[in-house]
Design a protein around this ligand. Structure first.
Ligand code: NDP
Length: 448
């Protein structure tokens, strides 16, 4: 008999927590997981997955518009928000069931309750019950930040945006990061008037400047308005439900929905970390070592709550590695370089490796190749939007240090190209690869 109730108790059944639970159980550990909301976490329930479905749903606007140039005429076309919303929410239910079955099939016990750390080997459930575990894994994720301003209670975050009862004709989005640019694209495509307000004049900080400029140019041409250097100072609700949004010192803008997308903070409120001697880091994160171990030897943390890289595939890798290390006899670290990422804006952006600026700082002597082209499907549809691909190369060795792309399907294309960057391939390897014609992806091997 073990001296503990469980070998592993996981707090949070999101991407990292579910993966760690399943793998630990497959190694023979007795595992339990507690989740206060829904099994699946941010990515499945209120993030990546439903967002991508809305991107797909909204993209039909462009396809239908372009279809006329290919000879299709569509009479009586109309869009129904409730249909799209409910289809997305139904699929989220389906995925939650699938995730729950994964836990059940692996004999992971799950508690639909909030849980907090009561000591290095103890967890207290909201019911008051206390259980013990040899190891505890914190995978509670992150939560949207709501800046302080008068009337912020009238605003929503990405948590609520999937449930809007009515389609908003006028949307104001605060922030110009991932969530802001993705929802600006969704609402704009579906027919809302979208205004993006941000505290700086930088969109998608961290991405290649050329790509960001291109996205700005294209989205402005598509009708998205930007107001820079003026974060919201006040939101007032009128009797008819209209929201009067004051950006900085500017005149108020009318809106039906105000979406706040100003980052996500690690979710540690009331987690009881102090009971195990764990202090938070400067950004409110749980500090961990390269094996995801906290300051307490029996407690680990993975995913957004550690604020390393806030991306689902990273949380999954971290959770998997912890389970393998604790119960599978294989200790390994995660490589945080060369992580491919994408913004599902319209058009989307995708990138891997170093930007031009980062490469210049680290390597000094670099070469940048670029292809600025009009995708064939845009030419046919008389759509004047251009794609832009860039290769950042170490001039001394020819090694590809980064790939940056904006254009239709760029995330789909980049995933394969990221393998080449991760493998350390060179520009000569790209040049030696025969183009796949006609495609947009062929631009990657045709840059000279
Ligand atoms: P981001 O960090 O991407 O962007 C935050 C934005 O809000 C920036 O424009 C920033 O401005 C602004 N901002 C930050 N703090 C404040 C403040 N206090 N007041 C006013 N403005 C502020 O955050 P998101 O919320 O868009 O997304 C959170 C995370 O979720 C992302 O970092 C990403 O890791 C993940 N995510 C990933 C997606 C993907 O992979 N496709 C999709 C969606 C989310 P400035 O830059 O000027 O400082």
């Amino acid at each position: 008999m073990s001296e503990f109730d469980y070998d592993l108790f996981v707090i949070g059944a999101g991407s990292g927590g579910v993966r760690a639970s399943r793998i630990a159980a497959s190694h023979g550990a007795k595992v339990a997981v507690a989740e206060e909301h829904r099994i699946g976490g941010t990515c499945v329930i209120r993030g990546c997955v439903p967002k991508k479905m809305l991107v797909y749903g909204s993209h039909f606007a462009e396809e239908l518009q372009d279809a006329a140039h290919y000879g299709w005429s569509i009479e009586g076309m109309r869009f129904d928000w409730q249909t799209l919303r409910d289809t997305v929410l139904r699929d989220v239910d389906r995925l939650e069931t699938a995730y729950t079955s994964t836990l059940d099939n692996n004999k992971v016990e799950h508690f639909h309750k909030r849980a907090a750390i009561a000591g290095p080997n103890a967890v207290r459930l909201a019911s008051g019950r206390e259980v013990t575990a040899r190891y505890i894994l914190v995978a509670t994720g992150a939560w949207p930040v709501m800046p302080e301003f008068e009337g912020n209670e009238h605003c929503i975050t990405s948590n609520e945006v999937f449930h809007l009862p009515e389609f908003p004709r006028r949307v104001v989005i605060q922030g110009a990061g991932y969530i802001a640019m993705e929802f600006a694209g969704i609402f704009n495509a579906l027919g809302s008037h979208v205004t993006v307000v941000n505290r700086s004049d930088v969109i998608l900080r961290g991405y290649d400047e050329g790509l960001r400029d291109r996205l700005l140019q294209i989205t402005m041409a598509r009708g998205i308005e930007y107001k820079f250097h003026c974060p919201i100072t006040k939101v007032e609700k009128r009797e008819d439900g209209t929201l009067m949004v004051t950006p900085g010192q500017q005149d108020p803008i009318q809106a039906d929905v105000v979406l706040i997308a100003t980052g996500r903070r690690p979710k540690t409120d009331g987690l009881g970390l102090e009971n195990a001697g764990i202090a938070l880091g400067p950004k409110g994160e749980i500090p961990v070592d390269e094996y995801s171990k906290t300051a307490c030897d029996s407690i680990y943390a993975v995913g957004d709550v550690t604020d390393r890289v806030q991306l689902t595939p990273i949380a999954i890798r971290e959770g998997h590695a912890v389970a393998d290390a604790l119960f599978g006899g294989e200790q390994r670290t995660i490589a945080y370089d060369c992580i491919p990422s994408a913004v599902f804006s319209q058009p989307p952006i995708a990138a891997v490796g170093l930007t031009e600026g980062e490469a210049r700082n680290q390597y000094g002597n670099i070469k940048v190749y670029s292809s600025d082209f009009r995708p064939m499907k845009n030419v046919f549809a008389e759509r004047h939007e251009r794609g832009l691909y860039k290769l950042v190369v170490d001039a001394n060795t020819g090694r590809i240090l980064g790939i940056h792309m904006i254009g239709p399907d760029s995330p789909e294309i980049l995933q394969a190209a990221a393998i080449a960057v991760k493998a350390g391939l060179t520009k000569a390897d790209f040049d030696a690869t025969v183009a796949l014609h006609p495609s947009m992806a062929e631009e990657l091997v045709l840059m000279r």
